[in-house]
Design a protein around this ligand. Structure first.
Ligand code: FES
Ligand code: FES
Length: 158
């Protein structure tokens, strides 16, 4: 079988892995690297469950050719917790009970992180725009928006 040798940075650590040349990033992350926080919902770029951050920008990993992240930095939900301490966005989602089944949650949190990294004090409309590519079938949108606002507000105060 023909393989492609892929080197990239994943959650701040270097990764070198042999992949199929046409593999989707979603499958490499889940099936080869065991990062099952990346979910497959629709598989066609509609639901945002497979969201990752690539060089600071969110991307639907179901639509990304894994080979295209060579030399880039990829962040998944598994990369947010540090030394056993949840990222503030993860904690805020818990505090606001902003999840039900949790299937969409990693994608929402990563979209929010990409927003706050670029714009620490977003308006509610900017938050809505940032998470507009993420769908929740359990209808938890308001709690998610409030959780993101809380983190942005805490940063403003701090
Ligand atoms: S699984 Fe990628 S956008 Fe739905
Ligand atoms: S919490 Fe179930 S899909 Fe969002």
């Amino acid at each position: 079988m023909v393989t492609f040798s892929l080197s990239f940075t994943l959650n701040s650590a270097p990764v070198h892995i042999a992949i199929e040349p046409n593999a989707r990033l979603l499958d490499v992350l889940r099936d080869q690297l065991g990062l099952t926080g990346v979910k497959e919902g629709c598989g066609v770029g509609e639901c945002g469950a497979c969201t990752v951050i690539i060089d600071g920008e969110t991307a639907d990993s179901c639509l990304v050719l894994a080979a295209s992240v060579a030399g880039k930095s990829v962040t998944t939900i598994e990369g947010l917790e540090q030394d056993g301490i949840l990222h503030p966005l993860q904690q805020a989602v818990l505090d606001h009970h902003a999840l039900q089944c949790g299937f969409c949650t990693p994608g929402f949190i990563l979209s929010a992180k990409a927003l706050l990294d670029k714009n620490p004090h977003p308006t509610r409309n900017e938050i809505k725009t940032a998470i507009s590519g993420n769908l929740c079938r359990c209808t938890g949108y308001m709690q998610l928006i409030e959780a993101i606002e809380d983190v942005a507000g805490a940063r403003q105060e701090g």
